[in-house]
Write a protein that binds this ligand. Structure first.
Ligand SMILES: C[S@@+](CC[C@H](N)C(=O)[O-])C[C@H]1O[C@@H](n2cnc3c(N)ncnc32)[C@H](O)[C@@H]1O
Length: 221
């Protein structure tokens, strides 16, 4: 099958800087207390609802997969970049990491208690994002939880735009737009956090959305 251009470009870009990325983000979010709070809440909800397996989709070097594991979750990582997965496997031999794409996950229907996609949906072109969200819905069990983090757009009317990400073409979304797409697929929003960027993250605000799969997939008309 021919791979869409955006996947090829994203993979190549992250392959070429995987080691540098791993070095920069080795510390499992020490300087991001609000992000850690959302991850801790996500982990609490997954554990309270039976503690099913959790996929960190677009896991990069696996530093957040490792944090989820430390929070008591049966966490594994999936990433498009073979280099990222090689680094994750070497640094964290006790955890499972696989190469794969969020556009077509190699995970059975309803198998997961949670999906984390932290700054990994940002490289998916807007018209393809509903397909990715449908994959997240498919692999989650009923009542399963989804946590997303992404650079936020502040104008709900405009909703989404591309921005100059340092690694590969990326898109920032207004959280309302993302929530609307997910609600249409059978998710219910539980909480959201929009925080100011740190000095290194400027200029855009950062959003975290926590949702639950509450309804089966909508039937095609
Ligand atoms: C900005 S990094 C985020 C890494 C990690 N989640 C974190 O919080 O630091 C984006 C990661 O998403 C991965 N990615 C992008 N598109 C993907 C896709 N379609 N399927 C799987 N991984 C993807 C990239 O290879 C990269 O490792």
């Amino acid at each position: 099958m021919i791979e869409p251009d955006f996947l090829h470009r994203t993979r190549t870009a992250y392959d070429s800087m995987a080691a540098r990325y791993a070095e920069l983000f080795a510390d499992e979010l020490t300087d991001f207390p609000l992000d850690r709070a959302m991850l801790a809440a996500f982990a609490d909800f997954v554990r309270a609802d039976g503690g099913g397996p959790v996929a960190d989709v677009g896991c990069g070097p696996g530093h957040v997969t490792s944090l989820l594991h430390a929070l008591g979750l049966d966490a594994s990582g999936v990433d498009l970049s073979e280099e990222m997965i090689a680094i994750a496997r070497e640094a964290r031999p006790g955890l499972r990491f696989e190469v794969g794409s969020m556009t077509a996950l190699d995970i059975g229907d309803g198998r997961l208690g949670g999906v984390l996609a932290r700054y990994s949906i940002i490289h998916t072109p807007p018209e393809r994002l509903p397909q990715v969200f449908a994959e997240f819905h498919r692999v989650l069990a009923p009542g399963g939880h989804l946590l997303l983090a992404f650079q936020a757009h502040d104008d709900p009317a405009e909703g989404v735009e591309s921005f100059d990400h340092k690694v590969a073409l990326a898109y920032r979304w207004h959280p309302d737009r993302v929530a609307t797409l997910l609600t249409a697929l059978g998710f219910t929003e539980k909480a959201r956090l929009v925080r100011a960027p740190t000095e290194d993250e400027r200029p855009f605000p950062h959003a975290h959305l926590l949702l639950t799969k509450t309804a089966p997939a909508a039937q095609a008309p």
